[in-house]
Design a protein around this ligand. Structure first.
Ligand SMILES: [Zn+2]
Length: 209
């Protein structure tokens, strides 16, 4: 498969898991800006050095730099790609269009209350940072990490108030993007309710159909 796919989905939609599986089964390359930034910094590339300057100063890495990283990566990838976490804004989407043609934008939709439920049930180990989910991946003993015996706690990111705020920000950022891709006629909405396997089949259908 040699399509360039943008995968959109709110925190808690299982987008990361779906991306991994699509990459493995359809031989697509995942392009995640978070990974690209870390990799560039680690390898001390010119862009990485620049990015590190911003990060060390506690500042956001500017749009152009992030876009340049994606551009550099897309150029050397053969075959299809899945863009994960990019574009995040209309501006980024327009910049992306200048050097790569997006074939498809897949938007995984999940009801907000369900997302809140999924996200607030996450627990993290204080000692080894392992992540559990009280419904989908519970620890064998309540509040105790299976791997190291450490204490599990709820990160402040995972409390209901923070989760609702994150979802609000996500919605505000993404709405212009879905409109943009919808206007181009390449937006596919996918029902993200249900287990990971069911949602995967829907995503697959959207991509292949
Ligand atoms: Zn642990």
């Amino acid at each position: 498969m040699d399509k360039k796919i943008v995968l959109l989905g709110p925190p808690g939609s299982g987008k990361g898991t779906q991306t991994e599986r699509l990459c493995a089964e359809l031989k697509l390359t995942k392009i995640s800006t978070g990974d690209l930034l870390r990799e560039a910094v680690r390898n001390n590339t010119p862009l990485g050095v620049k990015a590190k300057g911003y990060m060390d100063a506690g500042r956001l890495v500017p749009n152009e730099l992030v876009v340049d990283l994606v551009k550099e990566k897309i150029k050397c990838v053969e075959g299809g790609v899945i863009l994960d976490g990019f574009p995040r804004s209309l501006e980024q989407a327009e910049l992306l269009d200048r050097f790569a043609k997006v074939d498809l934008a897949v938007d995984i939709e999940v009801n907000e209350d369900n997302l809140v439920r999924r996200l607030t049930l996450r627990r993290t180990c204080r000692s080894c940072n392992a992540v559990y989910h009280l419904e989908f991946n519970p620890p064998k003993v309540e509040s105790i990490c299976d791997k190291c015996g450490g204490e599990l706690f709820q990160r402040s990111d995972d409390t209901e108030r923070t989760v609702r705020e994150r979802l609000k920000v996500y919605k505000e950022q993404t709405l212009p993007l879905t409109k943009y891709y919808s206007k181009k006629g390449i937006l596919r909405k996918v029902d993200g309710e249900g287990d990971i396997g069911t949602v995967y089949q829907r995503v697959l259908k959207a991509i292949k159909g």
